[in-house]
Design a protein around this ligand. Structure first.
Ligand code: SF4
Ligand code: FES
Length: 252
């Protein structure tokens, strides 16, 4: 049924990274259970703008579960209550009429709040810039099948490459560790022939950058894997540790 939900939202409002934040309470009425969580926020923001109030700032781009922008902590869980979905793919049918929903930004030192629910995740970009790429000479593309790749390796690399860089793993972790993200990015290249030339230096540099950004250590609680919307496995962290130690032991 259209427009059948009335909800109470407790939303974190914060002007910028230097100001103190606080929860504000809003009643939202006439929400369809077919709306996405972000569309529900669009309804709230249209009303706030009509009332001459600042709309709630939140990140979004694709709204298809691809870009990783829609970072929100919903009722104590990154991306809300459902497994394997991002906030933009979370539908209001996952909530009940009359519910109170608490929405907060990711909380981690390395993800400072820009405004309200939007945080700065450029620390992730700097980890990628440190080594999450393959250097190639430009020219014609290689023939297809010129580099045979075993199916299990291709599958594992593909699963690691599913990471969308959303940061839910960091938000879920009590240590604000970025190991699941970094290990996915290291793994997707370490498993493929194209990633071999820079394999050691990549692991060393990306782990060093991760530490420099102020992310915490991993204590194997597994919250990251449980909350990751793309099902990135903890096995990637074990692989990253192997990659890192082998790189350190063999470097001059
Ligand atoms: S590992 Fe999962 S939770 Fe972490 S950034 Fe990648 S997709 Fe998001
Ligand atoms: S807006 Fe792109 S993943 Fe949600």
């Amino acid at each position: 049924m259209e427009g059948n939900m009335n909800l109470t939202l407790k939303v974190w409002r914060q002007k910028n990274s230097n100001s103190e934040g606080r929860f504000e309470t809003y009643d939202v009425k006439g929400i369809s259970e077919d709306m996405s969580f972000l569309e529900m926020f669009d309804v709230l923001n249209e009303r706030l703008i009509t009332e001459g109030t600042e709309p709630v700032a939140f990140d979004h781009d694709c709204r298809e579960g691809i870009c990783g922008m829609c970072s929100m902590y919903i009722n104590g869980q990154p991306h809300g209550p459902n497994r394997g979905v991002t906030t933009c793919q979370l539908h209001m049918r996952s909530f009940k009429n009359g519910d109170t929903i608490t929405v907060e930004p990711w909380r981690a030192k390395a993800f400072p709040v820009i405004k309200d629910l939007a945080v700065n995740r450029s620390s992730f970009d700097r980890i990628i810039s440190a080594g999450g790429f393959v250097s190639v000479n430009t020219g014609n593309a290689q023939d297809a099948n010129a580099l045979p790749i075993a199916k299990p390796d291709a599958d594992e690399a593909f699963m690691a490459a599913a990471c969308i860089g959303c940061g839910a793993c960091v938000a879920a972790c009590k240590n604000a560790s970025a190991m699941l993200f970094t290990s996915a990015k290291i793994s997707q290249l370490a498993l493929l022939p194209q990633g071999q030339a820079e394999r050691s230096i990549r692991a060393e540099k990306m782990v060093a950058q991760m530490d420099e950004e102020g992310f915490g250590a991993c204590t194997n609680t597994g919250a990251c894997e449980a909350e990751c919307p793309k099902g990135i496995s903890l096995e990637n962290i074990a692989r990253m540790n192997r990659e890192y130690f082998s790189a350190v032991l063999t470097s001059k």
